[in-house]
Design a protein around this ligand. Structure first.
Ligand code: DOR
Ligand code: ZN
Ligand code: ZN
Length: 428
């Protein structure tokens, strides 16, 4: 394994934000400090770049097994590495779903060669059917990191309460997709002025808000660890804030599209702007931002949900979901760092420290002795999202054509360079 010296880089993690040299050797950070002298195979000039711990995205869909024409563990992790993401938690709505310990073992063993720290959720209910609870002890023994029925809600409060109690016994966090299917009733975008203008069925925010309230209440009653998925409304942000104040062992996440975009984009009648929960209103965007700034929202995730261009061609019939792994840091830097709302260390907390902490995984810092899992970022490089250039097998990005400031140039895991962007500045 080559030794790498990174010179004159701005290293930012939970402990520091300072310019220094870093020496990577035998898969570890061998030294970090001013002016390191060492014989190395490779020297990277970090002048003007930031070094951050590898990001962790605790909400991705890799479609493996069963829908690998959309993505698989190899293309999904390639997209992750290109986005500076060195750890992921995969959702269980594969085909068949991840309720089977053997399937979990097989997936995790294939993921080992990817250079990404791949984690898998087990299902909360058998077959994601919401009828009977899965075998959490067996799933835990197979290696799952958390439990979720993501893609679907657990149908009743009673069943969610039982799931939380059983997950608590197994020592696993529950990750909940909060949606009331009776309220959704065939809706495809946020219910409001835009859905009316388009004459399509809307998804009322009450669907998200009411099930978020329900699940938080069940978490308070059981004392179990609950993480609310993809918060998109003012109401559900407020509900999480209250449950935290009440002492619940609860947390939540949002995705860049919920703090950067609104449902007005749907006027284009383009299914690439459709996901679940849907893009909402300017007031929701403001609430999501407030939630990030006051610590109510713990993590920025992508809900990376690949779908084919053919499926996305029909605005009304297309499946929900957008890819996001290759744009999440750039989008977050653009919205929060370059506007002065968050520091680099805050962003590391939201995109690396908190997800790892919530999943009970070891922290990643840039200290001596830590695994060399880190990224080099040109914070000031402007680039425009071109769906055709994504490493994901699917190109359904909601950010197509948008220009961001901040680009991942190098991703290193286990001391090995796994991804390098072109250093020459790209046009457009
Ligand atoms: O937009 C979404 N896509 N939301 C979900 O809950 C599921 C996901 C998917 O699997 O495509
Ligand atoms: Zn979901
Ligand atoms: Zn999801």
């Amino acid at each position: 394994m080559e030794t790498i010296l990174i010179r004159n880089v701005r290293a930012a993690d939970s402990l520091r934000d300072a310019v220094c040299d870093m020496l990577l050797k035998d898969g570890k950070i061998a030294a970090i400090g001013a002016h390191i002298e060492a014989e190395t195979d490779r020297v990277i000039d970090g002048t003007g770049l930031a070094a951050l711990p590898g990001l962790f995205d605790m909400h991705v869909h890799f479609r493996d097994p069963g829908q690998t024409h959309k993505e698989d563990v190899y293309t999904g992790t390639a997209a992750a590495l290109a986005g500076g993401v060195t750890g992921v938690l995969c959702m269980p709505n594969t085909t068949p779903p991840m309720d089977n310990p053997e399937q979990v073992r097989e997936f995790l063993s294939r993921a080992k060669t990817t250079g990404v720290d791949v984690h898998q959720t087990g299902t909360l209910t058998v077959g994601l059917k919401g009828e009977q609870l899965a075998d959490y002890e067996a799933l835990k023994a197979a290696g799952v990191t958390a439990l979720s029925d993501d893609g679907r809600p657990v149908p009743t409060a009673e069943m969610m309460k039982a799931a939380l109690a059983k997950a608590k016994e197994a020592g696993l966090p529950v990750v909940s997709h909060c949606e009331d299917l009776a309220i959704i009733n065939g809706g495809i975008i946020n219910k409001g002025a835009v859905s009316e203008a388009l004459g399509v069925k809307g998804m009322d925010r009450l669907s998200e808000d009411s099930i978020t309230e329900r699940d938080l209440q069940m978490a308070l009653e059981t004392g179990a660890q609950l993480h609310i998925c993809h918060v998109s409304t003012r109401g559900s942000t407020d509900a999480v804030r209250k449950a935290k104040a009440a002492g619940g062992n609860v947390s939540c996440e949002t995705a860049p599209h919920y703090f950067l975009l609104t449902d007005e984009l749907l006027l284009k009648r383009d299914a690439d702007y459709r996901m679940n929960p849907p893009l909402r209103t300017p007031d929701d965007v403001a609430a999501i931002k407030e939630g990030i700034l006051d610590g109510t929202i713990d993590c920025i995730i992508t809900d990376h949900a690949p779908h084919t261009a053919a499926e996305k061609a029909d605005f009304e019939k297309a499946p929900n979901g957008v890819v996001g792994l290759e744009t999440s840091l750039a989008a977050t830097l653009t919205a929060f760092y370059h506007t002065g709302l968050l520091t680099l260390q805050d962003i590391v907390r939201l995109m690396s420290d908190n997800p790892r902490r919530l999943l009970h995984l070891p922290a990643r810092t840039l200290e001596e002795g830590q695994p060399a899992d880190l990224i080099l970022v040109d914070l000031n490089r402007k680039w425009t999202v071109d769906p055709e250039k994504l490493h994901s097998r699917s190109h359904n990005t909601v950010f197509k054509g948008m220009t961001f400031t901040g680009k991942v140039l190098t991703t290193i895991t286990g001391g090995v360079v796994r991804y390098e962007a072109e250093r020459i500045s790209e046009k457009g």
